[in-house]
Design a protein around this ligand. Structure first.
Ligand SMILES: [Zn+2]
Length: 174
């Protein structure tokens, strides 16, 4: 029966788990187990860990489990499972952060108003509110909000100044 069980097992996985169990004993300053004992324990660990952790990530999961481990008891299969879960959580958070940065760096590319852009610089065409016969090119308010605000202020100042000057010159003429 035992040999049948072994032949169905992924021998590479078993070998890795045997090594991990040897380390758990060693790190906890406990007497090493006989190979036969380690093997039986390794089969139990493999039965539950194999579907959760790929073989190439076992060592990483073990190291993470050790970082999180705060007692002098040996690291358990459950600790290794938690270690791997923690790795996945951190990797996911990193992916989310990278995506956020990517989006931030490519605001123009990911702009919700991209269809209104007239060029790659995130410019849009709009009617000049100070001169209704004219269209003006402005930065997109969604992906370039600071430039948009700045240009509106400049535009406002420009037309406001013109209007003030007209008023001044008109009063001067009188
Ligand atoms: Zn935009």
């Amino acid at each position: 029966m035992k040999s049948d069980g072994f032949s169905k097992r992924n021998a590479e996985y078993t070998a890795h788990v045997v090594e991990l169990i040897r380390k758990t004993k060693s790190l906890a300053n406990q007497t090493p187990l006989e190979y036969e004992e380690i093997f039986v324990q390794a089969c139990d660990w493999q039965d539950v860990l194999e579907e959760l952790i790929p073989v190439e990530r076992l060592t990483e999961a073990f190291k993470k489990a050790f970082k999180l481990h705060e007692t002098s008891y040996p690291i358990t299969a459950l600790d290794i499972k938690h270690g791997y879960q923690q790795i996945l959580i951190e990797e996911n958070a990193q992916r989310v952060e990278e995506a956020r940065q990517e989006k931030e760096q490519n605001r123009i590319l990911f702009c919700i108003s991209r269809k209104n852009h007239i060029n790659d610089e995130g410019k849009t065409k709009t009617r000049n509110p100070f001169n209704h016969n004219e269209d003006i090119t402005m930065p997109c308010p969604f992906c370039r909000p600071k430039d948009y605000d700045r240009e509106w202020k400049l535009l406002y100042a420009k037309y406001h100044k013109k209007t003030s000057l007209k008023i001044v010159s008109r009063t001067e003429n009188k």
